[in-house]
Design a binder for this molecule. Structure first.
Ligand code: C5P
Length: 227
């Protein structure tokens, strides 16, 4: 692939901190940001609303190809003009996303969407298969991990801060179940891409993780300018 702009991929399981790190990096660089999970979440949400299950892979693929989705550039996700930014962030939407994400027709439909985000001055892409499948030629690849307990605890804290009534035990169980599905699916399973920097962040603060990632980016792309 001949890329029109440099790409940094940040992959990892749910709750690994990849979204926070990727967003912060994109802001510092003044680059575009792709939250690929949001695409799968929107497909999951729509599929549930329309009662389409993974038993109808062709219909799910069509849904992914034709969904009236738009990002407003300020972090809001609009579906047919309606703001679904909060609706796609629920645990339910995350689980629905991970089910449709195992359907090859859905993954294929989303390839074009995802590659269309590569624009100058550069792209930071956050997901599960950014470095392994969607952008294998990326200049920098990062793979973030943390134990399932730590990831569930981080998620628990975030949700509690939003005033939601959640239970740590069920969050941990859901995270494990989602990991299992994401790692074991036959298409684009969650794996560390070749040549990725792996950061195991269980005992690290978000600032420590960010500094580690930044060092790697500066090594690989020494001529970058920073905000
Ligand atoms: O990252 P996020 O939690 O928003 O992703 C939701 C789900 O979408 C994941 O559990 C995964 O199944 C799927 N996904 C994927 N490939 C990506 C991004 C997300 O399969 N690149």
């Amino acid at each position: 692939m001949n890329s029109p702009a440099p790409i940094i991929t940040i992959d990892g399981p749910s709750g690994s901190g990849k979204g926070t790190i990727a967003k912060r990096l994109a802001d510092r660089l003044g680059w575009h940001f792709l939250d690929s999970g949001a695409l799968y979440r929107v497909v999951g949400l729509l599929a549930e609303q329309r009662g389409i299950t993974p038993d109808s892979p062709g219909m799910l693929g069509d849904l992914a190809r034709t969904m009236p989705l738009r990002f407003d550039g300020e972090g809001r996700v609009l579906l047919d003009g309606e703001d679904v930014s909060d609706a796609i962030r629920t645990e339910k939407a995350g689980n629905a996303a991970s089910k449709v994400a195992a359907v090859p027709q859905v993954r294929e439909a989303l390839v074009i969407w995802q590659r269309s985000y590569v624009k100058p001055p550069g792209l930071v892409a956050d997901g599960r298969d950014m470095g392994s499948v969607i952008f294998p030629g990326a200049e920098v690849k990062i793979f973030l991990t943390a134990s399932a307990e730590e990831r569930a605890a981080r998620r628990y804290k975030q949700l509690k801060e939003k005033g939601l009534d959640v239970r740590l035990a069920s969050l941990t169980a859901e995270i494990r179940e989602r990991d299992e599905r994401d790692r074991n699916r036959s298409v684009a399973p969650l794996v560390a891409p070749a040549a990725a920097l792996e950061v195991e962040s269980t005992n690290m603060s978000i600032d420590e993780v960010f500094d580690r990632v930044l060092d790697r980016v500066k090594d690989a792309l020494p001529n970058l300018t920073w905000n």
